[in-house]
Design a protein around this ligand. Sequence first.
Ligand SMILES: Cc1cc2nc3c(=O)[nH]c(=O)nc-3n(C[C@H](O)[C@H](O)[C@H](O)COP(=O)(O)O)c2cc1C
Length: 396
Amino acid sequence: MQLSGNCRPFDPVTPGVEGHNPNMSLLFTPYTLTPPRGMLSLPNRIVVAPMCQYQAIDGLAQDWHLAHWTTLLNSGAGLMIIEATAVTPEGRITPHCLGLWDDATANALGDYLTRARRLAPPVPVCIQLAHAGRKASSEVPWRGGQLIRPENGGWRPLGPSALPHLPDEPPPQEMSLADIEHVRQAFVEAARRAQALGIDAIELHAAHGYLLHQFLSPLANQRQDAYGGDFAGRTRLLMEVFEQVRAVFDGAVGVRLSGTDWVEGGWDEAQSIALAKALRAAKADFVHVSSAGVSPLQKIPLGPLYQVPLARAVRAGSGLTTMAVGLITEPQEAESVLQQGDADLVALARAFLYKPRWGWEAAAALKADVQASPQYWRCTPREAGPIFRDARMGMR
Ligand SMILES: Cc1cc2nc3c(=O)[nH]c(=O)nc-3n(C[C@H](O)[C@H](O)[C@H](O)COP(=O)(O)O)c2cc1C
């Protein structure tokens, strides 16, 4: 486990506070998470957001994952979050999603991840554990993403209530208390496997309209029992999963939330703040603030940095370490999100697919440095300056 492998002393650096050089980029200042049984030091505050690849076979990682992870670990980011990884087979979004539900899926993931880590600098790795709920059994996006019915090779999805995501879809099966217990246990078992694989952090996927978000949102959860109704009922499953995962996993544990459903009467910013407070009290290490995904009625005000105000509100209201994400594409934008106190960490997804060395370019733009494999140290154009830390320190 890499928890203390690249540790630096705990040094929560804030602009203007003693110890922080105001001329130095905050984006490239290390950040330390302090879970109850360890310490996780991120070499900088750039995070690769989770991105489904739909390249697994029966949940098993493949060569694609080796290439993809190796690239992202050599991107200059300070933390890589592995794509939504299903805790049960029926919790996959598509039949091609990655899994961590048994020894075979754990061995495949562990094998490729170990190899990727050997080929890249020592970057901490987080895994996003997920269950798709009523959005399971779907086609991959490039084939349209629609629900695959059981007669066409899919399966019947589970959900908090028998309410379909889209009006023309068949409803999911409303989960019994036994189903809830099974899913909760599956998250715990997946967390144990992640720990055994030396993964440094877990992100529970409670965003984008997947199962844990479905329980949170009154638009998808109309249960009459202890897992529905008021705020306490709708947040119960997530809090139970969080607490039980926290109990078995030594590394950092956080939650990805949709800060709002962007639908009147749905999950919203105020509830996100209240939930982040409860998570902080339960010893969460971070909250990752995204938005939307639970309803086709959503009206998303898309634009650069459009989710940053949600992250700012959640951070200010809860005091929990916060990751901002969503159409943050330029190094200066990422830097200003931190300088303005909107978030503690900045996550990017698509930018890392388009520019897999985004972190290197950002280091050049902000006159900072990154870790990179020595085989690449001679690549920098003159105008980039000396961005490779270990090369500068003469480790040749
Ligand atoms: C190809 C792709 C796959 C994604 N898969 C996931 C995922 O597995 N889990 C998740 O929470 N979000 C997923 N997302 C959403 C991203 O993590 C991110 O929140 C979103 O793309 C907005 O950030 P960006 O503007 O930097 O791309 C995915 C996005 C893309 C483009």
